[in-house]
Design a binder for this molecule. Structure first.
Ligand SMILES: Nc1ncnc2c1ncn2[C@@H]1O[C@H](COP(=O)(O)OP(=O)(O)O)[C@@H](O)[C@H]1O
Ligand SMILES: [Mg+2]
Ligand SMILES: [Zn+2]
Length: 325
């Protein structure tokens, strides 16, 4: 899942059009205005000459330059004031012909200086999520519709789950693309691991970060594919996103086929992200012992030494919901 080259190209094109469209729309409003109010057309014609007037004043008469400049300025102000009066009289907003960008930060170019604007990052991530099928989860599963009532049978369970939610909310709130800790979610099926991952992803995306969500099965098959395919010109990027995104969510670790390749892939990925202080959220139905047995001590010590661990407890919420129906 996530944005691939074609999604990036699509968004990039949308942005180059957005910028042009915003300017064209302003020009259309101006044309409309000039047609309806010819006095404004005349004023705009005069205003457009101001630069040239200043320039020729500077060339023509050095002695009286300051005086002439003040005159031009004064005339300019009067024209502006008259223009505003006319707009008001005809009930147009005063900024009617200004270019109106969706994003004031980047003027719809998608970039501020050379850095990608958060609006474009968000558009990219949302487009990527849209493409992955995770979008439906993100739309359905939020902190708001996560209920602690499903854990109420046992007050200790409820309290633990309340703390998990509290932790994840604060985590999302304070998320930093460098330095936020990684998280390991433990617990049986239907206890809300994926639900809270979606809720977390949504918040982190909303803050303008690149979030990639992947099931463990898909992740390893993509690495496997990458390993065997001949490296073409545009082939390099496929697995890069697992390393480079701001928050990587690996769901259902342990459902994939575990072999030497998958174990070393996982180790490299975990290790690389830890060393670059990039956060990863892993959820699993496996127990601590199973993880240690299946994934070697190296991985085990990384996960248990450096991830923040959340235990999910209670009884299968999916089942509880079915029983209530
Ligand atoms: N506390 C909760 N409140 C509301 N719905 C929940 C809660 N926990 C889980 N669900 C719902 O139950 C189903 C299973 O939850 P899920 O997050 O997929 O479990 P897990 O990933 O732990 O197996 C999903 O449809 C999810 O939205
Ligand atoms: Mg799940
Ligand atoms: Zn922007």
């Amino acid at each position: 899942m996530g944005y691939n080259i074609s999604i990036y190209k699509k968004i990039y094109e949308e942005y180059s059009q957005k910028y042009v469209i915003a300017r064209e729309r302003a020009q259309m409003r101006e044309a409309e205005l000039h047609y309806k109010i010819p006095q404004i057309a005349e004023i705009d014609r005069q205003l457009s000459k101001v630069g040239l007037e200043i320039f020729s004043a500077a060339l023509a008469d050095k002695a009286n330059y300051e005086e002439r400049l003040a005159e031009i300025r004064h005339k300019n102000e009067e024209l502006q004031a008259e223009r505003a009066r006319l707009l008001e009289a005809y009930r147009y907003p005063v900024d009617y012909t200004d270019v109106k960008y969706e994003c004031a930060k980047c003027c719809d170019t998608g970039f501020v200086d050379t850095k990608m604007c958060s609006c474009m990052r968000e558009a990219l991530v949302l487009a990527g999520i849209e493409n992955s099928g995770f979008a439906s989860l993100i739309r359905e599963q939020s902190f708001d519709n996560f209920s602690l009532d499903y854990y109420s049978k046992n007050p200790l369970n409820r309290e633990r789950m309340r703390k998990n939610v509290e932790y994840l909310k604060a985590y999302a709130e304070n998320f930093n693309d460098i330095g936020s800790p990684s998280i390991l979610m433990f617990g049986g099926t239907g206890l809300g691991k994926t639900h809270l991952s979606s809720a977390l992803a949504k918040k982190v995306i909303e803050k303008g970060n690149d979030v990639f969500y992947t099931g463990a099965i898909d992740l390893f098959s993509e690495f496997e594919f990458d390993r065997y395919k001949s490296k073409g010109r545009d082939g390099a990027a496929l697995i890069d996103r697992y390393f480079d995104c701001d928050l990587l969510i690996i769901d259902d670790l342990g459902t994939e086929i575990i072999n030497q390749f998958s174990v070393s892939t996982l180790y490299n990925l975990i290790n690389d992200r830890l060393s670059r202080k990039k956060a990863t959220v892993i959820s699993t139905n496996l127990s601590k012992d199973e993880i240690q047995k299946k994934y070697t001590d190296r991985i085990w010590s990384r996960l248990f030494g450096e991830y923040h661990i959340l235990f999910f407890v209670g009884t299968d919420v999916r089942e509880q919901k079915l029983l209530k129906k």
